[in-house]
Every structure is written in structure tokens, then in C-alpha cells.
Design a protein around this ligand. Structure first.
Ligand code: ATP
Length: 282
């Protein structure tokens, strides 16, 4: 029998970087929001452990975050647990959408259930924190303000299921390289994440759009022209664009009086290389 678990991606509605810590991690202040765009993680009985993925450019060895999640749970078991884990990948990779962290969290959740380990969400978040800064958020998802390296989570009241249009240009940005740019920069304008939490509480579409800000944007844009091009595609249609995480993906919330499908099709016509994804807040 095959069990499955959904691994939802995320966007950052606001993202501030507070500084580098002595251990090399960076302190952040951010509002994470899950989106319906997800990978499917399938668990199937097997004679040996196997990890496979629908995308053959994604390595399925011990560096894969799904593999790391499986390994991290073995000490909680009383014997070997051979299993086939398959990742049906839909979330763009190295895109700022936390696809790897989402897979990792989904494997932790799924195996906790399948193996009846009885680990609390808090314990899963602690295990996940050692595997990646976005993993603790991905355990429960929804919407939350996060501090520390992303693991100190304060859940916020959910927003309506607004549509989101996501533009993913064909370039990768690795988060560690983006943080190097931050370390070298000076005089950066910060992001007022408090304004975003107030906007989220108000549930006002306009206020949330106005509060959208990401400190990584000014760092990444000069190095990755595709980010600015995606932003212009959205701006020309009257939308408020924002880069998510360390990019290069750009998103905009879609006003309720706009036909999201039509908008996505129109933008798709204008761009040859950028992936256009219409999804909703999850
Ligand atoms: P984040 O926003 O959490 O920093 P991201 O969305 O920018 O992440 P991911 O898609 O999570 O990026 O991929 C980051 C790196 O993790 C990639 O270099 C990729 O090779 C590696 N990785 C390991 N496991 C996975 C996985 N299951 N899915 C995607 N990427 C993975």
C-alpha cells in the first residue's frame, strides 16, 4: 500500500535579515506563508531503502533533504526500516520556495505517522531545525512570523485563500551565496516585518501588498537581471511583485476581481523561458 504526504512550498511575505551569528547562521525576521503548490511524497514498502524523484536532475543520495529526514528518524525506531520514498516534484528547485525543506518536513511528518512514532510537532520541528532553517516552519505550514534562524515561530491568523501568481526564471540562487552578499553589504534598508504582521491581522489585501518587502531583493537584483524582468512583467499588469526568500522566484497576490487563469496565460505569452505558476495561499 502506498502512503502519501503533501509537501507545500512557501513564500515570504516579508523578509528581514538581522545579521550573521558567530556560528555562521543568519538571524532573520520573516513572515512565512504556505502555498498550495506542493510536491507529493510517496512511501511504499520495499526490501531495501530507496529514494527516487520524478526530476532526474535532483540527486537522491544522502545529501537529499528527504534522505536526511529518513535517517534522522531511524534512531527513534527499534530496527531497520527499509522503504521506498518517491518525490513527485512540482516545486521549482533552489528557487526560494523551500521545496527541499518542504520535502524534508513531509518525510518527518509522514514517517512519524506511518511508523507510529508518536513524536510531537515540537519534536519534529527540533529534528527538522538541524536539517534546514525552513524545515521547522514546513512541519505545520500555514502563516507564521519567524525569528532566530527561522525556527522561532509565532503562528498568525490565516489570510483568505488569495490567488498567487509565481514567476520562476530559469536561474538558481543558492541561499548561502545570497547570505555572502549580505555579509559584504553595508547601509542596507531593512524590512519592517511588524508592519506585515499588522497588515496580516487586518486581512486587507491592499495593506498586505503595501507591506510586502524583502531585504534580499536589492542584494540579488544586480546579479540576477531575470528577477527585475519578472518584477516588471507583474508591475505592467498593476500587481505588486516581491521576490521570495533569496530568490530568484518572484510572486504577486492576485486581486479578487482579476481572473488568475487569464492573467497567467497572458504573462506566459509574454515570456519564453520563465515558468508561470498560479496557486493559492494554503
Ligand atoms: P530555501 O528557501 O529553503 O533556502 P530553496 O527553495 O531556495 O530553499 P530548495 O529547492 O529547497 O531551495 O533547494 C536548495 C538546495 O537543496 C538545492 O541545491 C538542492 O539541490 C538541495 N536539495 C536537497 N534535497 C532537495 C529536495 N528534496 N528538493 C529540492 N532540493 C533539494
Amino acid at each position: 500500500m502506498i502512503h502519501s504526504e503533501k509537501a507545500y512550498g512557501k513564500i515570504n511575505l516579508a523578509m528581514n535579515i538581522l545579521g550573521r551569528r558567530p556560528d555562521g547562521y543568519h538571524e532573520v525576521d520573516t513572515v512565512y506563508q504556505s502555498v498550495s503548490l506542493h510536491d507529493d511524497i510517496l512511501f511504499e514498502a520495499s526490501q531495501t531503502f530507496r529514494l527516487t524523484c520524478s526530476r532526474n536532475d535532483l540527486v537522491c543520495d544522502e545529501t537529499n533533504l528527504a534522505y536526511k529526514a529518513y535517517t534522522a528518524l531511524l534512531p527513534f525506531c527499534d530496527g531497520p526500516r527499509p522503504l521506498h520514498i518517491h518525490i513527485d516534484k512540482h516545486i521549482p528547485v533552489a528557487a526560494g520556495l523551500a521545496g527541499g525543506s518542504a520535502d524534508c518536513a513531509a518525510v518527518l511528518r509522514g514517517l512519524n505517522r506511518l511508523w507510529k512514532l508518536g513524536l510531537s510537532p515540537d519534536t519534529l520541528r527540533k529534528i527538522g531545525r538541524a536539517l534546514g532553517a525552513d524545515v521547522p516552519f514546513c512541519i505545520n505550514g500555514g502563516i507564521a512570523r519567524a525569528g532566530g534562524i527561522g525556527e522561532i515561530l509565532v503562528p498568525l491568523a490565516p489570510l483568505p485563500q488569495w490567488q498567487v501568481i509565481i514567476l520562476h526564471p530559469p536561474v538558481s540562487v543558492h541561499t548561502d551565496k545570497a547570505y555572502v552578499l549580505f555579509d559584504k553589504a553595508s547601509g542596507l534598508a531593512g524590512t519592517d516585518v511588524g508592519e506585515m504582521t499588522a497588515a496580516v491581522a487586518s486581512k486587507s489585501f491592499t495593506r498586505v501588498c503595501d507591506a510586502m518587502s524583502n531585504t534580499f531583493e536589492t542584494l540579488i537584483m544586480p546579479h540576477v537581471p531575470a528577477v527585475g524582468e519578472c518584477m516588471n512583467l507583474l508591475r505592467r499588469r498593476g500587481l505588486r511583485p516581491l521576490m521570495t526568500g533569496s530568490g530568484p522566484t518572484v510572486f504577486a497576490l492576485v486581486p479578487s476581481d482579476t481572473d488568475g487563469e487569464e492573467l497567467a496565460a497572458a504573462i506566459e505569452n509574454e515570456t519564453k523561458t520563465t515558468e508561470v505558476i498560479l496557486t493559492t495561499l494554503q
